[in-house]
Write a protein that binds this ligand. Structure first.
Ligand SMILES: *Cc1c(COP(=O)(O)O)cnc(C)c1O
Length: 432
């Protein structure tokens, strides 16, 4: 089918995520026909460098041959079966492997599977709530989340979310959370520690858990916090006996140059949420890791079981791919690749601040960002850079006025340089 026909079908029927459809209707969308490594190709042959790894999932690039092989091999014997009274090799072996690499010395010993980042977080929230409800502390049912937090799309995950443009319209549906801002523009992390300490002091007995995106708040605008912030939050939650829920859906699986952002701070959370890169951009697949203490809180009568579970929980294809993802990370030394490159990425973005109108350069591992103003998510500046980048064959979707890159972690050197040059040239063009 030709390009024009596809675009017309799409514009007639497809409702796109996070997309103002009136604007979209007058745009010429990219119609992707294939993808490989850090690139995808429009059906007309135009090549694009995928600067955000397709919404942060393609940590090993597109169609990594080993992941494709793992998928095909698994599909040849078992594509799906429920995890209800059933297990299979991919689910059992992956669980052991995740426990082995998780922060700490095996404290995060139990693995609960679900579908995507939102459900990994939803699982953690419900686990925490049910744990306290059936272990003598039902008054512990409130959560603390950060300002501009992003934890996903379900009503539960949205309740934790703090980005006004995603949240306000649903306000009447959402459960109430305590909100602490750790944004350097609004007082910074030291103030957030003080606020959390005061809150836990006053109302700690009612807190089920404190939820964070460790070190890096992604969708909120690539807000970076120092490891010390996470350590302080861990110390305060431990003291108040509130669970620390680490949402590493974005930061996990090597984004920071470590397996997990928690490792950078030497912190072990009570619950750890994983998705996105876990299945290397092939299939939706997620896991929530919990401590033995939390798991033990669900032992006993049938009525104490964790009443939660998605149809595709522990899907064999996803689990087999995730196992291969972990193996590729080891064999290709992906974490070391990130650590080696991170300083160059950071230095290049630091340099961008010399351009007039570019503010707040920041970087962590294979993520770097600058702001073009303070207009937030609905601002236009980032979209002008997006258009300029697209003309150069660089897919650089912004978060409002935040221009950022979160490319595959293993992108080849030539693509890495192309990325750095492309961002700079696009910014120069727009700001000239
Ligand atoms: C993307 C994201 C989610 C949601 O993941 P989905 O797979 O889109 O449901 C949750 N938490 C964080 C930190 C994320 O970046």
């Amino acid at each position: 089918m030709d390009r024009a026909k596809l675009v017309s079908l799409d514009k007639r029927h497809v409702w796109h995520p996070y997309t103002a459809m009136d604007r979209y209707e007058v745009e010429d969308p990219i119609v992707v026909a294939r993808a490989e490594g850090p690139y995808f190709w429009d059906i007309d042959g135009t090549r694009y460098l995928d600067a955000n790894g397709s919404w942060w999932v393609s940590t090993l690039g597109h169609r990594h041959p080993r992941l494709l092989r793992a998928l095909a091999e698994q599909a040849a014997s078992l594509a799906h079966v429920s995890l209800a009274g059933i297990t299979h090799a991919p689910a059992a072996c992956l669980a052991e492997e995740l426990v082995a690499i998780a922060p700490g010395e095996g404290e995060l010993s139990r693995v609960f599977y679900s579908d995507d980042g939102s459900t990994a977080v939803e699982s953690a929230v419900k686990m925490a709530a049910q744990y306290w409800a059936q272990n003598g502390r039902p008054e512990r049912h409130r959560f603390v989340a950060l300002g501009d937090a992003f934890h996903g799309e379900t009503v539960g995950a949205s309740s934790l979310g703090g980005i006004p443009s995603f949240r306000d319209v649903f306000k009447p549906l959402l459960f109430d959370v305590h909100r602490i801002s750790a944004d350097p523009r609004r007082g910074g992390w030291e103030q957030a520690v003080g606020a959390l300490a005061a809150l836990l002091e006053a109302e700690g007995d009612t807190i089920a858990g404190v939820v964070v995106e460790p070190l890096l708040q992604g969708a909120g605008g690539m807000i970076v916090q120092p490891p010390e912030f996470l350590r302080q939050v861990r110390a305060l939650t431990a003291k108040a006996d509130a669970f620390l829920i680490a949402d590493e859906v974005f930061t996990g699986l090597g984004r920071t140059g470590h397996w997990f952002a928690c490792d950078v701070a030497g912190v072990v959370p009570d619950l750890l949420c994983l998705a996105k890169g876990l299945s290397g951009g092939l299939l939706p697949f997620a896991a929530t890791l919990a401590t033995e203490r939390i798991f033990d809180g669900f032992r006993g009568a049938r009525s104490r079981a964790f009443f939660y579970g998605h149809s595709y929980a522990g899907n064999p294809l996803g689990a087999a791919i995730a196992r291969e993802v972990l193996a590729v990370y080891r064999d290709e030394e992906v974490l070391a690749q990130v650590t080696a490159r991170a300083p160059r990425l950071a230095a290049r973005f630091e340099g961008l601040a010399a351009l007039p109108g570019v503010e707040r350069p920041r970087a962590l591992g294979m993520v770097a960002a600058v702001d073009l103003g303070r207009g937030g998510y609905l601002a236009d500046a980032g979209w002008k850079v997006y258009a300029a980048a697209r003309r150069r064959g660089l897919y650089l979707r912004p978060l409002g006025d935040t221009v950022y890159v979160a490319p595959p972690l293993n992108l080849p050197e030539a693509a890495f340089n192309e990325l750095l040059d492309g961002v700079e040239e696009s910014l120069r063009e727009v700001l000239a």
